[in-house]
Design a protein around this ligand. Structure first.
Ligand SMILES: [Mn+2]
Length: 403
């Protein structure tokens, strides 16, 4: 009974993933690790999108979602440094765990939890035994470390951690599926509320309400709802326009669930009927997406001009005369971040989650179409995680039309 309570507690503290999985990730990194890894979590000042957002590499290795912490890791040691108690900060931001608090070790999953003020002294001690320091160039402590360790080799650990983050664990896949299901539901709700004379932000609101109701805590990124002329603007997210009959609306929206993102795009007619021209372009984008999905398998290159999944979709669209109207890449990895950290040298492997999102954008016709799905790479090919959301234009028309 007591164990069950502890596990439940851990599950909520670690945003859906229990503490032992974070410990396993660090242990995996520690194997054959040849230096000191320094990873700073975000502070209060950084990244306040929709509330505090932890630095994703730090989150991936620690599960610690409070601000101002830092991880120091060597092959033999791991230290979590967290801010000391401050009554003033707690008055603004609520009570926080502080070093020395009873249970700090159990709550964090670290054998050693120290005050952040110990950072310099711990580094001095470890630097005497190690010649290499791994720190991300964007890390808040990178510049100071370089200055303080002129004789040490400074290396970027990003690709090493990305290689781990790219292959999702069973628990990560569960959370990604949950975020995807909620986003699918968001699209369905939105389609029901699409009609001429409604505003784009009303559609975005319907989507957000649907996935928050399903237990997803926030947007994985600002929702994009672009109608008519806005359908050709790739990252349009002011969502202020009144939609009109005869236009298309591109909806690129994703929920975040337990820290994990989804990212799904559909393009639907505002009045529930594609014009023949809209349908012509829609069918080309859909054909390109299907061709790309069919090409997914372990060992394939994802992005790039030749011999890649991307090149399959590009060729499909180019062969039909619309190559110059495709303005972006085929997709990206998804995980803790919607554009998840990626080692570009790695080919696709089972357990990776990517988006496939071809598009055609014809500005002079106010005609933009993008279709984006969440894809799990499997041992034999691809599984479309977001397959519950129709892509077939006839089915879409049925769901958008009001009875
Ligand atoms: Mn995307």
């Amino acid at each position: 009974m007591r164990t069950a309570v502890l596990i439940l507690l851990a599950a909520s503290l670690f945003a859906g993933i229990p503490a032992p999985e974070f410990r396993d990730r660090r242990a995996k990194l520690q194997k054959a690790f040849d230096g000191i890894l320094v990873l700073s979590g975000h502070g209060y000042a950084e990244e306040t999108r929709d509330g505090f957002f932890q630095e994703p590499n730090f989150h991936y290795l620690t599960g610690w979602t409070e601000p101002g912490a830092v991880l120091i890791l060597t092959a033999k040691e791991e230290l979590l440094l967290i801010p000391e108690r401050s009554e003033r900060t707690e008055r603004y931001n609520g009570k926080k765990l502080a070093p020395g608090d009873p249970g700090a070790e159990e709550r964090t999953g670290f054998a050693k939890v120290l005050p952040v003020a110990r950072f310099g002294a711990e580094m001095q001690r470890l630097m005497a035994d190690h010649g290499r320091i791994y720190v991300r160039p964007a890390d808040a402590r990178a510049e100071k470390l370089k200055a303080a360790a002129p004789l040490h080799e400074i290396l970027d650990p990003s690709n090493r951690i990305a290689a781990m983050r790219m292959k999702k664990s069973a628990l990560e896949l569960d959370l990604i599926r949950r975020a995807t299901e909620a986003t699918v539901q968001g699209h369905r709700e939105a389609w029901r509320s699409i009609a001429p004379a409604r505003f784009e932000y009303q559609i975005a609101a319907a989507m957000e309400a649907a996935y928050r109701a399903m237990g997803c805590e926030r947007n994985a990124y600002p929702p994009i709802v672009g109608s008519g002329p806005n359908s050709v603007v790739l990252h349009y997210n002011s969502n202020r326009r009144k939609m009109d009959s005869g236009e298309l609306v591109v909806m690129d929206v994703g929920a975040e669930c337990g820290g994990y993102a989804a990212d799904i795009t559909r393009t639907v007619p505002v009045n529930g009927r594609f014009t023949p021209r809209q349908r012509e372009i829609y069918d080309i984008v859909l054909g390109a997406q299907n061709a790309a999905i069919a090409a997914v398998k372990p060992g394939m290159k994802f992005r790039g001009e030749t011999g890649s999944i991307e090149s399959v979709a590009k060729k499909y669209i180019t062969d039909r005369g619309y190559g110059k109207f495709w303005l972006h890449g085929l997709g990206h990895h998804v995980g803790l971040e919607v554009h998840d950290s990626t080692d570009p040298e790695l080919t696709l492997q089972a357990g990776m989650v990517i988006t496939i999102e071809p598009g055609i954008y014809i500005a002079e016709e106010n005609l933009g179409v993008r279709i984006e799905d969440m894809i799990l790479v499997t041992e034999t090919g691809a599984q479309v995680i977001s397959s519950a959301l129709p892509r077939d234009p006839k089915e879409i028309e049925k769901l958008v039309q009001k009875p």
